[in-house]
Design a protein around this ligand. Sequence first.
Ligand code: NAD
Ligand code: MG
Length: 394
Amino acid sequence: MVVKQSICLLGATGSIGDSTLDILRQHPERFSLFAVAANTNVKKMTEICRNFLPKVAVMGSLKARDALAKQCEGLPIQFEWGEEAMCMVASSPEVDQVMAAIMGFAGLKPTLSAIRAKKRILLANKESLVTAGRLFMDEVAKHNVTLMPIDSEHNAIFQCLPQNASGFQKHHVSKLLLTASGGPFRHWSLEDMRSVTPAEACNHPNWSMGQKISIDSASLMNKGLELIEACWLFDMTPDDIDVVVHPQSIIHSMVSYDDGSVIAQMGVPDMKVPIAYGMSWPSRITTEVPHLNLMDVAQLDFSAPDLIRFPNLKLAADAWYMGGTAMAHLNAANEIAVDAFLNNQIGFLDIATINQYVLEQLPAVPVTSLEDVFEGDKLARNLAKRIILSGKNL
Ligand code: NAD
Ligand code: MG
């Protein structure tokens, strides 16, 4: 008999939220929705509340909470707002699994609350692991939590590593091969990339995702964040990981072993696959995702990333080796720079320039508490904002 799992979905109105709700819709006998949380999208949250009737719905502000409560009048749902309420639902005794799919650093505190309450963590929010790294993993170990990577590459690596009851183990692994689509500007010159628009940068060739991660994919910052994410998750260093550009996004990543074997995980690029795996592990469940037809794909290509045109990938490796707050600095600078690019305040190539400037200017300090991470995040955000406001030619 399957024991029904109760889910808390953080970031319910986003792209990962959509895919998670699809899995819930398909498997009502296995999963129930206890709580949903999102920032400001009242319209979408209203639809979710009407369709799924969670017990609690949390919005980012009082205004959004009140608007949602009004739209959902008469429904048996408790409406809350703010970070504390998100932490509360993520750690509620009624929850088994928490999908951490808030975008950016804002996801850190609710995810940590879920870890401390020993929930199964479905980790999509890579920024929380990148910024709080060692503290995050120490909490996972201390509370003996099952941490399921939802990022497709890390989910693939998890599937390719030998497993035992407590998760994965590193056995004779020589390298991790982290695949990257290369994004929409894979073949573009630096000159052409200088004038790309947010719409062009958001137009990912293979994956349909939220705006911020789409820009990160175009600038290869996403792969940089994923490099750091893989280091923390699988106890590796950037030198143990090769990034492989694979434009078809059919192989989601690979593990290379000492004996010369390379194990890959493949499938059509659809986040419902890693989400369903994370939710059902160590078992598997069906999804409505079309099965891979290799005859249709016909060809798989591989090449090395170009670090001159896409310096963010190198910056991420540098930040890892700098250690301490450097990863929080890089992430914060990038969140500010991406936001400024989306608002047409800076050009596409300025994102990496700002990231590099902030990483070089702010000394990395050791992380001994969460306050160190928040302080590093704040300093980097302020510095990035100052550069953007000054219009300084970097
Ligand atoms: P999205 O922009 O589509 O959705 C983001 C969600 O987070 C929304 O529900 C939004 O309301 C919520 N949110 C944003 N700021 C918030 C705040 N301050 N407080 C509370 N909620 C807030 O993003 P997405 O594409 O779904 O990505 C979500 C996370 O998953 C990101 O960390 C991303 O890197 C990661 N991820 C996404 C994909 C993908 O295919 N979309 C793949 C791998 C990893
Ligand atoms: Mg990914």
